[in-house]
Structures are given as structure tokens and as C-alpha cells.
Design a protein around this ligand. Structure first.
Ligand SMILES: [Zn+2]
Ligand SMILES: [Zn+2]
Length: 125
């Protein structure tokens, strides 16, 4: 019981320390720095549980597969850097009702952007 709690705590700590949405691989790698015995099945089980209790949100990315992020974030979109492979949250939204023909009511949308992040555009000094 104790061990299970430690592992879940480690996964939550990974998200508290990260400003980026994470893939299972990222969570596993970063979680192992905290709890070296962490394995894929445990991480997967705990992610599922954290989604169920509403602490994490699960997003299906068209090219990266499932990504996870804190559930308490305001509406935002995702940017994937093709160079460093990081996923960024882009706050805010440029889409508005004007993008929709009359008669349509938009209830949700997803936008996935990809390209180069600022760190990759600017070569290190
Ligand atoms: Zn980058
Ligand atoms: Zn939006």
C-alpha cells in the first residue's frame, strides 16, 4: 500500500515539475529519477487513475499518440517541436465564433501545431 502511494506521488511530482504535457515515456523517465523501481505498467495504471479522478487530462495527439497534462489548465492548444521533440502548451485561443458559418454551434475543438520552438530557432550563444 505504502509503495503504491509513493509511486503515484512520484508521478504527480513529475507533473508539478514539468511545464510541458508529457508522454508515458517522459513520465517513466522522469519518474524513475524519483523512484528508480517505477515501471511502465505502474505508470500506466496510475495515469489511468489520475485521469479518472480528474487530476490529469488525456489528449489524443494525431502524431504523438496519448499525452497527459494537468486537468486544471484553461483552454489552450499544443505545439510540438520537430527538432527537440518537446510538447508545449500555447495559452489562449485565436479561434472564435467568427470562424464558423451561421447556424453552427461549436462546443469543442482541438488544434495541434508543429514546427520549431524558440529554443531550437535560436542557436545557443
Ligand atoms: Zn525545440
Ligand atoms: Zn482553442
Amino acid at each position: 500500500m505504502q509503495r503504491k502511494t509513493v509511486q503515484r506521488e512520484a508521478i504527480q511530482e513529475v507533473f508539478r515539475n514539468s511545464e510541458h504535457p508529457l508522454r508515458l515515456e517522459d513520465i517513466l523517465a522522469q519518474g524513475r529519477l524519483l523512484v528508480p523501481t517505477l515501471n511502465r505498467a505502474t505508470v500506466y495504471r496510475n495515469l489511468k487513475l489520475l485521469v479518472e479522478i480528474g487530476w490529469l487530462a488525456q489528449v489524443q495527439h494525431p502524431s504523438l499518440g496519448t499525452i497527459y497534462e494537468r486537468a486544471d489548465l484553461a483552454h489552450h492548444h499544443h505545439f510540438h517541436c520537430n527538432s527537440c521533440d518537446r510538447i508545449y502548451e500555447l495559452p489562449g485561443c485565436v479561434l472564435n465564433a467568427a470562424a464558423t458559418p451561421e447556424g453552427f454551434i461549436v462546443q469543442e475543438h482541438e488544434i495541434f501545431l508543429s514546427g520549431l520552438c524558440p529554443a531550437c530557432v535560436q542557436p545557443a550563444p
